[in-house]
Design a protein around this ligand. Sequence first.
Ligand SMILES: Nc1nc2c(ncn2[C@@H]2O[C@H](COP(=O)(O)OP(=O)(O)OP(=O)(O)O)[C@@H](O)[C@H]2O)c(=O)[nH]1
Ligand SMILES: [Mg+2]
Length: 431
Amino acid sequence: MTPDETAFTDTLISRQVRERIVLVGVTLPPALAEGTEAALDELARLVDTAGADVVERVVQRRAAPDPSTYLGRGKAEELRALCEAADADTVVFDDDLSPAQQRNLERILGRTAIDRTAVILDIFAQNARSPEGRAQVELALLRYRLPRLRGRGRTLSQQAGGIGTRGPGETQLEVDRRRLTTRMRRLESDLRQLDRTRRTQRRGRSRSRQRLVSLVGYTNAGKSTLLNRLSGSEVPVEDRLFVTLDPRTRQLDLPGGERVLLTDTVGFVRKLPHQLVEAFRSTLEVVVESDLLVHVVDGCAPDLEGQVEAVRRVLAEIGADERPELLVLNKVDAAGSGEEARRLLDAHPGALAVSAATGAGIDELLATVGDRLRAGDRVVELEIPWSRGDVLAAVHREGGIVGETAGEGATRVQVVLDDAGAWRFRDFLAS
Ligand SMILES: Nc1nc2c(ncn2[C@@H]2O[C@H](COP(=O)(O)OP(=O)(O)OP(=O)(O)O)[C@@H](O)[C@H]2O)c(=O)[nH]1
Ligand SMILES: [Mg+2]
């Protein structure tokens, strides 16, 4: 491996010592301070998961973020005094900081300033295990770092190996930038290769017409516990955020005798960094192609509706918001009588309450999954131009053909398709 191809796996929060962290949230109108407090509670959990200790939290109200220092210079100077008193190593902002804001803040604060995105990237970097997961996370980290290279140049230069790595007339910053983009291109090409392999495997599955069910939801909602409960497997489960990064797929036998594939994948969170969503796009493709999404909600979490909303926002970002969804309130053994849990069930007719831990409600869940998959079946009329023999062949493979007639330059086919099938052939629906 040349120096330009070595991995940049160092993270933004130190793993050698537990850093002392100050959290900063800003309330912008019309938001309420309570919302900011709740966001900071979650940020504290993220920081703890990343391996650091929160020593202070600050909530500030502002009319609008300051473009150069986010907080405003005066407030940033007050924050510096507070950091000194608390002997803090790093300040974590709940909102995204632009590279310039970050740089200016670091200068005023005299210590590292990072944002929520960086903390989430850090956790992912710690949890990634498979080669693909690691490549995805590293790519997301580099995309985050590239525009911030000036501020972080020191860290990268230390890794660069010094003498011999710098080309004639290149500044250290240029060297860093070149190494970083070379590495990014390498990762992108590795990921494309992995994606091609997966596509081939998927084509095999689509020929067998096995239905696909995906578990989605907020991180720590109990998706992996539910996968284990439903399929009798033993994927890792922990009371930590983002334990699962690599998707796991298991066979699942439904009460009707049908066998489907059940996939557990990465959990979502509010403001999931778009760099991660991008990098994980191919992993999350299984979600986009699912016949049914089982959306698992943690009945013990604060602000259930807010979490449901955050998950749906990520689903929309990956293009899976039109997939049929079954809402499942988990952990009812611990939260069954909770006021918020009851409100969620009232607000979403058809939602089920289960406990992946005790097995309560699981039989009903399995029966409902079967019903929902079958409910999608219907006869659809398609009009396929003669020039699209490939599409006609695909329809024959996937659906039960009811009737077929030749028309003007096109074949009209009546075929039984499920939701996913109808969606796949939506461009050929006869008017
Ligand atoms: N009380 C209770 N705890 C549960 C239940 N299901 C899961 N848990 C706990 O919730 C925590 C998270 O469970 P996981 O299955 O790892 O959650 P996940 O959604 O896969 O989380 P990530 O992969 O980290 O996003 C663990 O401590 C589980 O033991 C349940 O039905 N009741
Ligand atoms: Mg999990």
